[in-house]
Write a protein that binds this ligand. Structure first.
Ligand code: FUB
Length: 355
């Protein structure tokens, strides 16, 4: 499939995949050797943010730890303590664990729970942007920097002023502006800031009220903070109305990612309780975004989390499931697979266990 894929340009992707789907009725689909398999098996990894830096693939995942605690809605089972950067020379080469890139006890403001990170390469440096709980147990976003994509990363002294909640995804736009998308419901604490300050008892939006959108903020060019306080992004339905809180098949839960395709912005995310990866489209980085469809059907495990990127002219999604631990929801493993995007930006829904 990979070698066929290279022959066809994105323009012909739709025809090509219709053909492959047709052929697959009688033939096995050819996948790359590493595709849809755990990329590393010596440790549990999750929440992969993948990037190509200087022609090499780098994956910034969470590092899940084995913990014998019951699952709960606040995510106490996700007690991660460090980050390891993974790297691959190309999609078919072994995935290398580059060791500990940063440890939570070395970050002055952090108390616990190093959740889903992202990374960018600007100003000649590599910046790791990550969420963790501060000393008051509020999730915040932090920045750490390095001269190397695999670290070690030196943390900034304090968390980003005005930041809250989890799951940063950072887009360096074509004009060099740097945008941060983040937020997560429930254990990710997004609802707890609705009044403008932290209130753990804040009621969750329910029923026909607009769902709580993800957060958007622009970074200063030197990565020392945000230019202005984060604001919520709107995700609209096909009629231009905000997606409702009760629409759990489509409302934002966590895991934002933005990729650009033919000049448009595509915001993809997890619906959490219904376990889908969905996407929405906009002409502007801060939306409003219009709901378009599903990127991926549910994987094994409660959480689903992803990143989307172009590698050598083809599109790929990096994601996780719980195959390696046979279903333990906080012991996950990162994988990748091909993503088919039509010329008009439509994403073909992935069925992660179809052969
Ligand atoms: O890994 C901890 C949390 O689980 C992430 O922040 C969420 O996106 C979910 O994958």
């Amino acid at each position: 499939m990979a070698s066929f894929g290279k022959i066809f340009s994105v323009k012909y992707a739709k025809i090509y995949y219709v053909t492959v789907n047709h052929l697959s009725k009688g033939m096995e689909i050819m996948r790359r050797p590493n595709e849809r398999k755990p990329l590393v098996t010596h440790m549990y990894t999750a929440d992969p943010s993948a990037h190509v830096f200087d022609g090499k693939i780098y994956i910034y995942p969470s590092h899940d730890i084995e913990l014998d605690v019951p699952d709960d809605d606040d995510g106490a089972q996700y007690m991660m303590e460090d980050y390891h950067v993974l790297s691959m020379d190309n999609l078919d080469s072994p995935c290398v664990d580059n060791g500990v890139a940063i440890y939570y006890k070395d970050i002055p403001w952090v108390s616990q729970q190093m959740w889903a990170p992202d990374a960018i390469h600007v100003n000649g440096k590599y910046y790791l942007i990550f969420p963790a709980k501060d000393k008051e147990l509020k999730f915040r976003l932090g920045v750490a920097e390095s001269d190397s994509p695999v670290g070690p990363f030196k943390p900034h002294e304090n968390f980003i002023e005005g930041s809250y909640s989890i799951d940063p995804a950072v887009l360096v736009d074509d004009d060099g502006r740097i945008y941060c998308y983040n937020g997560g419901l429930w254990g990710g604490q997004l609802e707890m800031w609705q009044s403008g300050s932290f209130n753990p008892d804040e009621p969750r939006p329910e029923g026909d009220v607009p769902a709580l959108g993800p957060l958007f903020a622009e970074f200063k060019q030197d990565m020392t903070g945000f230019i202005a306080a984060p604001k919520h992004i709107q995700i609209l339905d096909e009629n231009g109305d905000p997606i409702k809180a009760c629409d759990e098949d489509r409302r934002y839960f966590e895991d934002p990612w933005v990729h650009k395709f033919n000049g448009k912005y595509y915001f993809s995310y997890s619906t959490g309780t219904t376990h889908y990866l969905c996407y929405a489209e906009s002409d502007k980085p801060d939306g409003p975004y219009t709901y378009k469809g599903r990127v991926m059907e549910p994987v094994l495990g409660w959480t689903t989390h992803h990143s989307i990127l172009e590698i050598d002219g083809e599109w790929y999604i990096f994601y996780h499931d719980c195959e390696l631990s046979k279903g333990i929801t906080h012991e996950r493993c990162v994988k990748y697979t091909k993503l088919n995007i039509a010329e008009d930006g439509t994403i073909e829904t992935i069925h992660p266990y179809d052969d």
